[in-house]
Design a protein around this ligand. Structure first.
Ligand code: NAP
Length: 499
């Protein structure tokens, strides 16, 4: 049973309508592109189908023990020499203890709801229905009702929109506001394939932060003016949510955006601006999740909400031996599957002793600097330690593993280099070089747009397909033209000097 199927207590859960907010080419495993007929953004059942295909293809099912609970993970008595762990598991009511050489913790961090009810004055007087978004499945219960959704993460946006189609009125309360982006970019291309590019990331990294913030603000308001819709975030660098329908539901009046809550009464919610949502039938707290690891104790690793001192989001800084790694305890501004795959390649490299961690002091300094930089970029929030810029992070890991694409590709294979540096940063790029190189990677990169367009081109118009955005071609051509001009002028000047 996985997060992609029906929920069970203590496990992740999804509402029925969840669609991925990263596109299929960006979110696939690096050596296993999704079938070309899969839609560009996937319903959660399709994601499960893909994971099953992957497991079959690499014959993984033989290596997995299902239906087994890990009850405890503790250091073995001679941990400081061997780095081994005592693991207690339970299957069909039978407990057993085994010794393992290394542990990869991959239990996800969206299982335990974060529901800070005491933050909301009067909530205990409120007589209507209260749920956390984790238990929301479909909108049917809310037909004709007045509903308040609290929070403005992806869950809040999706749930508010879905309910608003059949509810009497939906209110959405946010304390900070948020940018809202669509899955669909200019001319209908998947947004993440257009913006998640090495060239764009390079641009972000060389711009002074204030200028980058202005640039982001302008881009974010390109779709609609967030101020007019009550959504503009207090911090212009705040991470956006993905929602194709929220602005139109606000335009219809089906959703009303409200500020932070002041208090509840028996039947209503009063907001900080003094306005009131009356005759409220239900409140849905889409307030996020806590990271929990019930099988680990605080003696093994210091667990303080989301704030776990992990080097590069993976290795606990203070363990004597690097044999415990956390995978997926991260919120990248991009797809999670390739991020975790690279974490796994790095972690296994370290556990096997092929790659080495730096001294503790270096890791601590790295973490301190990384948090400072995150606060500058994302502002302080509960999730701050988990947040990262996708391409910056996967580049760091790929350099550690020794699989980064390098600029010499422009000489050896310019066509491929063009796609790698100016095209979407798809996961296949991390199978071109070094350990784990995959022969199919080049072809996968050169055909990624075909697989993207195939599922929507279901009515053949006998025209040559528009394959991909041309924007970067224009930039490169302009760049080459400027460089040629500069070189020509400097040659003329030096000739003139010589004469
Ligand atoms: P989330 O991203 O953690 O968002 C929680 C929201 O609750 C934030 O807006 C936060 O406000 C607000 N909040 C927390 N405490 C609050 C308080 N005391 N008062 C008022 N507001 C409060 O949680 P989520 O939306 O459930 O998402 C969980 C994860 O699942 C995320 O990674 C998300 O991207 C992912 N997800 C993906 C999809 C999809 O792929 N389609 C759909 C849903 C969720 P602040 O912003 O002010 O902190």
């Amino acid at each position: 049973m996985s997060i992609w199927e029906n929920p069970e207590e203590g496990r992740g859960s999804l509402y029925n309508s969840v669609i991925t907010n990263t596109s299929k080419e960006m979110m696939s495993f690096s050596d296993f592109p999704m079938p070309e007929d899969f839609p560009t953004y996937l319903h959660h059942t399709k994601v499960l189908e893909y994971i099953c295909l992957y497991a079959q293809n690499f014959n993984l099912l033989n290596y997995i023990t299902f239906q087994t609970e890990v009850c405890s993970v503790q250091k073995h008595s001679d941990f400081s020499t061997t780095g081994q762990w005592d693991i207690v598991t339970e299957k069909n009511g039978n407990r057993k203890k085994d010794v393992f050489d290394a542990i990869l913790v991959c239990n996800g961090h969206f299982t335990e709801p974060y529901l800070p009810l005491d933050c909301f004055k009067g909530i205990h007087d409120y007589k209507g229905r209260i749920i956390h978004s984790r238990t929301y499945k479909t909108s049917e219960d809310y037909r004709g009702k007045t509903v308040l959704v609290v929070g403005i993460g992806n869950s809040a946006g999706d749930i508010a929109v879905e309910i608003s189609h059949i509810a009497k009125q939906v209110f959405l309360s946010t304390r900070e506001g948020s940018w809202v982006i669509s899955r669909i970019s200019h001319r209908g291309f998947p947004l993440d394939m257009v913006i998640s590019r090495r060239s764009t990331m390079w641009f972000k990294n060389v711009l002074p932060q204030k200028l980058a913030a202005k640039f982001i603000e302008k881009k974010m308001n390109g779709w609609f003016n967030h101020e007019n819709y009550g959504l503009e975030p207090n911090n212009s660098l705040k991470i956006p949510i993905v929602n194709d329908y929220l602005p139109s539901q606000i335009l219809h009046g089906a959703i009303k955006i409200k500020p932070n809550l002041q208090r509840f009464t028996e039947t209503s919610a009063i907001f900080e601006d003094g306005t009131v949502a009356e005759n409220l039938d239900a409140v849905i707290f889409a307030t996020g999740y806590n990271s929990v690891f019930p099988f680990l104790d605080n003696g093994t690793i210091k667990l303080d909400e989301n704030n776990i001192p992990l080097y590069k989001h993976v290795f606990p800084v203070h363990l004597e031996k690097p044999t415990l790694a956390f995978l997926g305890l991260i919120q990248p501004l991009g797809p999670i599957i390739p991020t975790v795959e690279l974490q796994a390649r790095w972690a296994t490299g370290i556990i096997k002793g092929n790659i080495h961690l730096p001294p503790h002091r270096t890791m601590e300094n790295y973490n301190r600097k990384s948090i400072e930089s995150k606060i500058r970029w994302f502002g302080n929030s509960r999730h701050l330690p988990l947040q990262t810029h996708y391409i910056d992070y996967i580049n760091e890991l790929s350099e550690e593993i020794g699989i980064s694409p390098n600029l010499s590709l422009f000489i050896t294979d310019p066509k491929l280099a063009w796609q790698v540096f100016f095209g979407p940063c798809t996961p296949y790029q991390f199978r071109l070089f070094g350990h784990g190189k995959w022969q199919g990677a080049r072809k996968a990169i050169l055909t990624q747009w075909d697989r993207t367009l195939k599922p929507t081109r279901t009515r053949n118009l006998h025209k040559s397909p528009e394959r991909r955005p041309r924007f970067h071609y224009c930039i490169l051509l302009s760049f080459i033209a400027v460089m040629a001009g500069v070189m020509f002028c400097s040659q003329c000047i030096s000739k003139a000097d010589y004469l």
